[in-house]
Ligand binder design. Structure first.
Ligand code: HEM
Length: 456
């Protein structure tokens, strides 16, 4: 029987999702408590420290992954109708369906869902991700040009590497004395990010990042939070000042390469970049935690660094693969959300326009049949073609809505790791430690990571 025709335990045809299996009320409640609630509590747009610590203690993502695995075993692999709070929501459980949703973006599966729009509008009213129609096409293209999407080494990679080297070296020196935690790392990380995006004049513009953090915190509440229009205007005015002065060796300085007409709003794309670099910082420190717990991999990383001149941009394929493993094991976009712009067919079922489709990526990355590496740290999958073959692995999404910043992230993160690891060994002191003899923890609180750094 094809997956979309499996008779569900509680099959109803009422509502907008036609003949799709609908989860039983008890399962609906379980999904809300074990999947939706932890993700919302942790903060989708800006992570909350207390919630991340609690989620790590409870290993919340393990519960969510197991719940989805169980739903798939009982209802079949096809899309599952899960009415949530009055919203017509379809859960995707099969990597083929996920691939379709991503391939058919932005039409008929738009990334600009009302929830995402309200959340991101708090600080990026004209961002590509929340735009539709012609403005989306122009803004998407502009992002691709400015971020030099297809190239592993961005055209301003020498400036990126140089800036990272300076900021990371300062953090590394402090870490060797005092140890490394999130706060020390994040201070240096943000200095490097502001310099990479906006130029050296923005190095100490902590105020800009703080204002953005406040708006992102409001974004966590999505539809439930009123728009903070004044705070947003104040943030955008400050951002514009830096962006207009940004030199040609910065990411903002690359925005002139595309259509800069009013529909494009070039500077209006930059808030998303700054926001998303936070995720890149989490991924970098978590990659360091993986390496600290896997001495053989750390030795391979150091071998890659021998002779590499980090002031010049280096490809560092192994360290890039470690960062990709970090976002596979702990995706920083845990829910990929789409909304259908027209009725769509799924097997025999027709699902009406305006339905939300959700894919929970921690489940796909670890539990979707097809990868024996699920709960292990195995960077080689990104080097030997196994990851490319598996449509379930989408830490940077895929298809026409794939993250246009992936290569910039991998360049920045691998260079940071390269500087930290050059001549230094890191060991993890915080209680949750990934290592090869146990499944990699499903939830890792980046705020709680603490390392000792030794020379040698
Ligand atoms: C670890 C770091 C990052 C990860 C894992 C990541 C992942 C993603 C994912 C999954 C999406 C699709 C979101 C969706 O469909 O709702 C996305 C979109 C996007 N990302 Fe990233 N991202 C990262 C960092 C960055 C950075 C640093 C930039 C810019 C410098 C960036 C620029 C963008 C843009 C502009 C979009 C929207 C694309 C569109 O409108 O089609 N990302 N990213």
């Amino acid at each position: 029987m094809p997956p979309h025709h499996i008779a569900p335990p509680d099959h109803r045809t009422a509502g907008t999702t036609g003949d799709l299996p609908r989860v039983r009320t008890a399962d609906e409640a379980r999904a809300a408590v074990r999947i939706l609630l932890p993700a919302l509590a942790e903060g989708v747009i800006r992570r909350r420290r207390w919630a991340m610590a609690t989620a790590e203690r409870l290993q919340a993502d393990r519960g969510a992954i197991d719940t989805l695995r169980d739903l798939r075993a009982r209802y079949g692999a096809g899309p599952l109708w899960l009415p949530a709070g009055g919203r017509s929501l379809v859960l995707l459980l099969d990597s083929g369906d996920l691939a379709r949703g991503l391939r058919e973006t932005p039409e008929p599966f738009s990334p600009a869902t009302p929830e995402k729009r309200r959340a991101l509008e708090q600080f990026q009213p004209h961002g590509s991700l929340i735009s539709r129609g012609a403005p989306r096409a122009v803004r998407r293209r502009l992002n691709e040009l400015a971020l030099d999407t297809p190239h592993p080494l961005h055209r301003v990679a020498p400036a990126v590497a140089g800036r990272v080297r300076e900021e990371a070296a300062e953090v590394a020196a402090r870490a060797t004395r005092d140890g490394l935690d999130w706060d020390l790392f994040a201070r240096g990380w943000w200095r490097s990010v502001r310099r990479i995006v906006l130029g050296d004049a923005a190095r100490d513009a902590h105020d800009l990042t703080r204002r953005l953090a406040g708006l992102r915190a409001a974004g966590n509440w999505s539809l439930l939070h009123p728009r903070r229009r004044l705070a947003r205007a104040e943030f955008l005015v400050r951002l514009q000042r830096y962006a207009f002065q940004a030199g040609a060796d910065t990411l903002a300085g690359q925005l002139h390469l595309g259509d800069t007409g009013p529909e494009a709003d070039p500077v209006g794309q930059v808030p998303h970049w700054l926001f998303a670099f936070d995720a890149a910082g989490m991924a970098t420190l978590r990659a360091l935690a993986l390496l600290a717990g896997h001495p053989e991999a750390a030795a391979r990383a150091r071998a890659e660094l021998t002779g590499a001149d980090l002031a010049a941009p280096a490809p560092l394929p192994f360290l890039r693969a470690c960062v990709l493993e970090s976002v596979r094991l702990w995706p920083t976009t845990p829910v990929l959300l789409r909304e259908s712009t027209e009725p769509t067919r799924w097997g025999d079922a027709t699902v009406s326009r305006g339905t939300a489709f959700a894919a929970f990526t921690p489940y796909f990355h670890r539990a979707e049949p097809g990868g024996s590496y699920g709960d292990r740290f195995e960077p080689d999958i990104w080097l030997d073609g196994r990851a490319a073959e598996n449509p379930a692995l989408v830490p940077f999404s895929a298809g026409p809505g794939v993250c246009p910043g992936e290569n910039v992230v991998l360049l920045t993160a691998s260079t940071w790791l390269g500087v930290l690891l050059s001549g230094r060994t890191f060991t993890l002191d915080s209680p949750v430690r990934p290592h090869p003899r146990a499944p990699i923890p499903a939830t890792l609180n980046h705020f709680g990571l603490r390392f000792t750094a030794r020379r040698g």
